[in-house]
Write a protein that binds this ligand. Structure first.
Ligand code: NAD
Length: 412
């Protein structure tokens, strides 16, 4: 393969987020360096997805109804896997066994056990596996991380993220694994922290990593988990995580789908000399009272595609970060530890408001938006704040030697 030839990529899936990936390849694949060619797609339910399948066929993409067949596509070099969480590791392993590189959607897997298994398979195959945590590929990420690593902002004192993304019954009913602890025999642990808002945990861990490539590893966790919707797993989480850093930084996390209004996740990393802010719209750095705000990189998914194409060709860029299995494992450690330590507390009906949407109903905890705001400002977990009547003290787990998910405290 010469470096001028396009990297031939196959995508698993035609629905859900796979549509975004398909469009990404069509729009940007011809202009990345090296170029990325959308060679093939596989979708078991071609009846439901007949229309997008036909549009892609017209654009020269070969359509398969089966993943195994797509892996045999002539000249295929890599696959992108925006499929349900339980399929991530088995699909990635099959691709690696065929000598293909992999872009795996986040979260890598339900458990760190599976991630370790995949790291071994990747190393045995001598191929690349990147992870679709797109914020890591944002052009703002590496400069921000370099400033934090340089010590210019002083020691990190604390990090917080709080965010409220309402999700209704339609969202939870869209797939059998949505809001579930497992699908079949495989843990998926689907929740705001492991799926929709996973990015905002992962990017903090990445920014606070001890070098340019790594994420900060959690060493202790306290968690409170709550459920307002009619699902198996939690929809509201309050967590405090200690990180393996030279400074004593704690990371406080408040995320919910059980809310009336959309409050975009807000990350604040407080340091001795200022603060780093991160939202879906912009990043900011405050140093000695002066704040500089920069709009977020609108091309971060294009950058992610280019980074993937480069990794297939054995190239890398000094100006961009990539999300690896090792860095994503730090996020999954939090997900596993929280589930293992804390039983899910059902929110009593008296503390739930049913909010009708166009497609369904959100089971919302009234005022959770302002409660999270106050908790983040005070550095408090939900129960410590005393602001909601149904909360319980956090469960804790030492993660110094944590290497295996032992199952959730709440039986499925
Ligand atoms: N990076 C992001 O911003 C982002 C956003 C949304 C979803 N995601 C991730 O993308 C993945 C999919 O999420 P979703 O919400 O689209 O899920 P979904 O259940 O709505 O869609 C899953 C897709 O997988 C396909 N699929 C299922 N079984 C398959 C099989 N055996 N072979 C081939 N394709 C198969 C389905 O047809 C569908 O296209 C998840 O890992 C999710 O976390 C990432």
């Amino acid at each position: 393969m010469t470096s001028t030839e396009a990297v031939k990529i196959g995508v698993a899936g035609l629905g859900g987020y796979a549509q975004t990936i398909a469009q990404l390849l069509l729009d940007h694949g011809p202009a990345t360096q090296p170029r990325a060619e959308f060679a093939a797609v596989c979708e078991p339910d071609l009846q439901t997805h007949a229309e997008p399948a036909e549009r892609l066929r017209e654009r020269g993409v070969t359509i398969y109804d089966n993943y195994e067949q797509m892996l045999e596509h002539p000249g295929l070099e890599a696959v992108w896997l925006p499929v349900p969480i339980d399929l991530h590791v088995p699909f990635a392993e099959r691709a690696l066994a065929k000598g293909l590189d992999v872009m795996l959607e986040k979260p890598v897997a339900g458990t760190i056990d599976e991630i370790d298994q995949l790291i071994a398979a990747r190393d045995a195959a001598g191929k690349q596996v990147l992870v679709g945590f797109q914020d890591v590929y944002d052009n703002a990420t590496l400069p921000l991380k370099r400033r934090l690593l340089s010590g210019e902002l002083g020691k990190v004192l604390s990090a917080t993220v709080h965010g409220c993304w309402p999700r209704d019954t339609h969202y939870f009913n869209r797939a059998t694994w949505a809001g579930a602890l497992r699908r079949g025999d495989t843990w998926v642990l689907d929740s705001p922290a492991n799926n929709a808002m996973a990015h905002f945990i992962n990017i903090v861990l990445f920014l606070l990593g001890n070098d340019e490539a790594s994420s900060a590893r959690p060493t202790h966790l306290a968690a409170e988990l709550y459920r307002a919707a009619d699902i198996e797993n939690f929809d509201t989480a309050s967590m405090r995580v200690t990180l393996n850093r030279p400074d004593p930084a704690n990371f406080l996390i408040h995320l919910t789908h059980a809310c009336k209004t959309n409050h975009q996740p807000l990350i604040r990393i407080k340091t001795e000399r200022g603060e780093v802010g991160w939202t879906v719209h912009d990043t900011s750095v405050t140093l000695d009272g002066q704040t500089l705000t920069t709009p977020r990189d609108s091309l971060m998914r294009r950058n992610m595609l280019e980074a993937f194409a480069q990794s297939v060709r054995g190239e890398s860029s000094n100006d961009r970060c990539v999300a690896t299995l090792e860095s994503a494992r730090c996020h999954t450690t939090i997900i596993n530890a929280a589930s293992q330590a804390a039983a899910i507390t059902p929110v009593p009906a008296s503390s739930i408001a049913a909010v009708q949407t166009e497609a369904g109903t959100v089971h919302a905890i009234p005022e959770i938006e302002s409660v999270f705001e106050r908790c983040a400002a005070q550095g408090q977990m939900l129960h410590e704040s005393g602001l909601l009547p149904f909360t319980v003290p956090a469960a804790e787990l030492d993660l110094t030697h944590y290497s295996r998910f032992a199952g959730p405290a709440t039986a499925p």
